[in-house]
Design a protein around this ligand. Structure first.
Ligand SMILES: [Zn+2]
Length: 137
């Protein structure tokens, strides 16, 4: 049963990935919600590579530059959900986590997890030049 649940979670994230990149972000968010619910019901931890992909607060699928903003600052990676504003901070280790290990190896629209850390899409209308240095925890 747990194995089936894991497979279902995987396929839901694949679907979420696809919908997010084909212009149905609300479906992607829905798939994330379902995947998390399955994970909770069967008490399985979502894989680390999946846990990188969504907001823990509002369950929105994180698509780099669209629904999440990633900044590297003083050895930490700060990802800000652009929907609910929640920040998620992780330490950046010297070691690069395995890249492209997800179920999608498709480079076209996939969020290149660690590779895309310093990249951003232009012009979301937000200003991020001010105050950035002072919100260190
Ligand atoms: Zn959020």
């Amino acid at each position: 049963m747990v194995r089936i649940a894991r497979e279902r979670v995987s396929s839901l994230f694949v679907l979420a990935q696809r919908e997010a990149t084909t212009g149905h972000p609300e479906l992607a968010d829905r798939y994330v919600t379902l995947a998390r619910r399955i994970g909770m019901r069967y008490n399985i931890r979502l894989l680390a590579e999946y846990r990188e992909l969504y907001c823990r607060s509002c369950s929105s699928f994180w698509l780099e530059g669209r629904t999440v903003r990633t900044r590297l600052r003083s050895g930490r990676r700060i990802r800000t959900c652009l929907k609910c504003g929640r920040e998620r901070r992780t330490r950046v280790r010297g070691r690069t986590p395995e890249r492209g290990a997800g179920p999608w190896a498709d480079p076209r629209g996939a969020p290149r997890l660690e590779a895309a850390l310093v990249s951003e899409l232009p012009g979301e209308g937000e200003s991020e030049s001010s105050g950035d240095e002072s919100e260190e925890e």
